[in-house]
Design a protein around this ligand. Structure first.
Ligand code: BGC
Length: 770
């Protein structure tokens, strides 16, 4: 007995010694019960100089090294922002040829913004995060929040429109949704990357007021409210320094003023200088081109600025490790938030729920711009419907630059109409399956319904980007005249004509690297649309683009729809709106100018766009002379009537907004307003209630009004709801250039509420006392 007791005691002693020992051996940086800063410091203290250098620059096109010795895996990132980009080779832009990287293509961010639905933005980020997890990506290069300054901007489709408040509201949930599954967002392109032409050489000159009131709020919200873990520096210059290593925008504003604790990632090839890369806020260098910064070189990673040359400079005593340690701290923080986060859920690729999100965003973002005589929704039973235009059949998820995707499927507008009208199964088809040249007439539910197609115009028949091909054969050698003649001929006997036109993702259209050359529709489309509208009074034009286009035929076409780039479920979402299964509720996130003359950026000559080259043609200065007057702020000031105003969007039902009240005075700087909205039509629908504020008297010039709150509301026929808005002092403030801060001046203000910036149903005066 005695022996047994002694044995037991000995065992317990040994066991606790073992546990104590093994616990004592768990290093602090691997102990999840410790706070992240303690773990970061511990890991940092264990790293060698070479290991520190290795984690702050790329080791392949889209990855950087972890720290193998300490158990940190490699870090993988990917574009962004509309789906997870297919894998390219380790060191080349060509496809890696994986068979597991076909994704869900979500609608482009202009469409997301047009939903004005912050819940959908969270769902978008969350679903995208799950796709990224499946693909082993720990950071998505997006979302993009550069402001839509001109309708020529090649990448506007990847951004969230012209208004800083709308952009701020929509970006935060995207970031929160994405990061909720342990995938970092890398908000881009910080900052002032508002057009594409000469993007590496443009030096933006802008007033402090415009910078803070218009161009920064989206980034500020993503950082302060969204708590973004990554920010991508932009290619262009500001104050003569590239934005990937810019003392003022990165060190001062982003890190010091906003308290950003994540990583600053260079845009691919956006780093240009060792000293600036070291000192001016860059944390992770990606995509650097080493041969004079114009072309790639194989396995050039050791030649990056933040690589061997930095290491050598430290060893030679040119720099201490102060800046390096600060960069590494941020990278380690990123590791703990993503790759080292053991709580991360599993990822899913192409799950049903992701397609649901894509379809929902598409359906809510489509904007009904015009609907005379209630031509829409189409009453299809027994009718002859003619579909016209290349954009009815062209895949749009391939192209446009880095946001190009390899979608598991993409349902074209024509295919969507076919499927909904003939009740055929909706999903699972391979991309590029549309047989466009031999489209049969389809029997619809009513028996006699027919759907026909005429090409109408030939735009860009190419269908490949970076080795991903659509598989579509869009070649058509007929002359523009013949194509128009065929479409017009068929249109004469059709009950409805739906023209799908607009832009595409080819160079000089909605595409990275260049801007559009004009605001006009390309490929003879104006002629085509005018000719069809002349012979068919039930013509519907659906514009596929991320930018506004001139519509000289606008008065002749009774129904116009903005159809964006809608991703995998494009055709279904469009068909549902056109046929009335979805009641449209998208509202414009930008002002749709009649033409470029109505746009502030184009009202000051080439100095304001695209800029003026300095001697030697290395730098082009682009001065944002319109200042804070971007979008509706400009058209309001100049008393211009755009084709469609910011915030505009119709529905198949009608709404009445009334009874605006201020429920809480400016207490604590917080103000609360209430307003009633009633669905006065006969079907359920959603409207976007928008609150704008005017400063009646100010010491500085201020916009006529500015968006400061909104809510999307769904109402049954006859239903009334009271909507509450809470705003704060910042909503009344301007950026005071003399003090370098926000300032709200006491006095009278007016709150206006309506469902478009040019349809404000009620207003109320209120005042700020101190
Ligand atoms: C684009 C970025 C993109 C990066 C990586 C750059 O050319 O400007 O938006 O994330 O490439 O593909």
């Amino acid at each position: 007995m005695k022996h047994r007791l002694a044995f037991l005691l000995l065992t317990i002693f040994h066991f606790s010694l073992f546990t104590f020992h093994s616990l004592a051996q768990t290093p602090v940086y691997l102990d999840p019960s410790k706070d992240i800063e303690t773990r970061v410091e511990d890991a940092l203290s264990r790293m060698t100089l070479a290991e520190k250098i290795a984690v702050i620059h790329a080791q392949s096109k889209f990855s950087s090294a972890g720290v193998k010795r300490l158990g940190f895996p490699d870090f993988w990132t990917d574009d962004g922002p509309h789906g997870v980009r297919p894998d390219v080779l380790w060191d080349e832009w060509e496809q890696a040829g994986q068979s597991n990287d076909s994704c869900v293509a979500f609608p482009a961010l202009t469409c997301l913004s047009a939903t004005w639905n912050i819940k959908l933005s969270y769902m978008y980020g969350h679903a995208l995060g799950e796709e990224a997890l499946y693909r082993g990506k720990s950071m998505i290069l997006g979302p993009g929040v550069n402001i839509y300054r001109t309708p020529l901007g090649g990448r506007n489709f990847e951004y969230m429109g012209e208004d800083p408040y709308l952009t701020s509201q929509m970006v935060v949930p995207y970031v929160l949704g994405l990061q909720s599954v342990g995938v970092a967002s890398c908000v881009k392109h910080y900052c002032l990357n508002n057009d594409e032409e000469y993007r590496h050489q443009v030096n933006v000159i802008v007033s402090d007021r415009a910078l803070h009131e218009i161009y920064l709020p989206g980034f500020e919200a993503a950082v302060k409210e969204g708590k973004a873990w990554g920010v991508m520096g932009a290619y262009n210059l500001y104050k003569d320094e590239h934005n990937c290593h810019n003392q003022y925008t990165l060190n001062k504003i982003l890190k010091q003023d906003w308290g950003f604790d994540g990583v600053v990632v260079s845009d691919w090839g956006g780093a240009h200088d060792l000293d600036q890369a070291v000192r001016n806020g860059l944390d992770m260098e990606f995509g650097t081109w080493t041969d004079g910064l114009t072309m790639g070189a194989t396995n050039a990673y050791d030649m990056y600025f933040l690589s061997k040359q930095y290491q050598k400079a430290i060893l030679e005593g040119k720099y201490t490790t102060k800046e390096l340690d600060e960069k590494v701290r941020r990278v380690l923080r990123l590791f703990f938030r993503t790759t080292m986060n053991k709580q991360k859920p599993y990822g899913f690729l192409c799950s049903e729920s992701h397609y649901d999100v894509a379809r929902k965003v598409a359906g809510e973002g489509i904007v009904l711009l015009k609907n005379d005589r209630n031509v829409l929704p189409i009453k299809a039973e027994g009718k002859k419907i003619l579909v016209v235009g290349e954009n009815a059949i062209k895949m749009m998820t391939v192209g446009g630059g880095s946001s190009s995707l390899k979608a598991q499927h993409e349902i074209s507008p024509l295919e969507g109409l076919q499927r909904i009208l003939s009740n055929s199964p909706l999903k699972g088809e391979k991309q590029g399956s549309t047989q466009v040249n031999s489209l049969p007439l389809r029997e619809g539910r009513g028996g006699s319904l027919s759907l026909d197609f005429a090409r109408g115009y030939v735009g860009d028949v190419g269908g490949s980007y970076n080795g991903v091909t659509t598989g579509q054969n869009l070649k058509d050698d007929r002359s523009p005249e013949d194509l128009i003649a065929e479409a017009v001929d068929k249109a004469k006997t059709a009950d409805y004509v739906i023209i799908f036109g607009g832009l595409n993702k080819s160079n000089y259209q909605d595409c990275e690297g260049h801007d559009r050359k004009t605001m006009e529709l390309p490929y003879n489309q104006d002629k085509l649309i005018t000719a069809i509208a002349a012979v068919n009074k039930q013509t519907i034009y659906v514009n596929i683009s991320g930018n506004a286009v001139c519509m000289p035929w606008r008065e002749q076409v009774p129904a116009i729809v903005q159809g964006w780039f809608l991703g995998s479920e494009a055709g279904i979402a469009l068909a549902d709106v056109l046929l009335g299964n979805t009641n449209p509720s998208g509202h414009l996130p930008f002002t749709w100018y009649e033409n470029l003359d109505q746009c502030g950026a184009h009202s000051f000559g080439e100095a304001a766009f695209p800029g003026i080259w300095r001697e030697g043609k290395k730098v082009i200065d682009e001065e944002y002379k319109e200042g804070i007057y971007v979008g509706y702020r400009w058209t309001d000031k100049q008393k211009l009537k755009p084709a469609f105003a910011f915030g505009h969007g119709l529905s198949y039902t009608t709404f009445k907004i009334s009874n605006l009240k201020q429920v809480h005075a400016s207490n604590n700087g917080k103000m609360q307003f209430s307003v009633d909205i009633k669905n006065t039509g006969d079907r359920e629908g959603s409207d976007v209630v928008q609150l704008y504020i005017t400063d009646v008297k100010s010491s500085v010039d201020r916009p006529v009004k500015e968006l400061k709150a909104f809510q999307k509301v769904t109402l049954k026929p006859g239903e009334t709801r009271t909507v509450f808005f809470v705003t704060d002092r910042r909503a009344l403030s301007f950026w005071d250039e003399t003090t370098g801060g926000w300032k709200a001046e006491p006095g009278d203000f007016i709150a206006h509420v309506g469902d478009a910036s040019d349809r404000l149903a009620c207003k109320i005066k209120f005042s700020l006392s101190e």
